[in-house]
Design a protein around this ligand. Structure first.
Ligand code: SF4
Length: 48
């Protein structure tokens, strides 16, 4: 099983994750940071 984690507060909006997996990542129009689609927040990490 593969687990994807993200520290969203450290995202710089470089778009690399979106280019790698467009179905999984989205750049927010509000703050320019990336969101991991379908993930949950836990202790500062986004986990899928
Ligand atoms: S846009 Fe994606 S690859 Fe770039 S810093 Fe944010 S989460 Fe990481």
């Amino acid at each position: 099983m593969i687990r994807i984690t993200q520290q969203r507060d450290k995202c710089i909006g470089c778009n690399a994750c979106v280019e790698a997996a467009k179905y999984r990542w989205r750049i927010s129009r509000k703050d320019g940071k990336c969101t991991l689609v379908g993930a949950v927040q836990k202790k500062g990490f986004t986990i899928f």
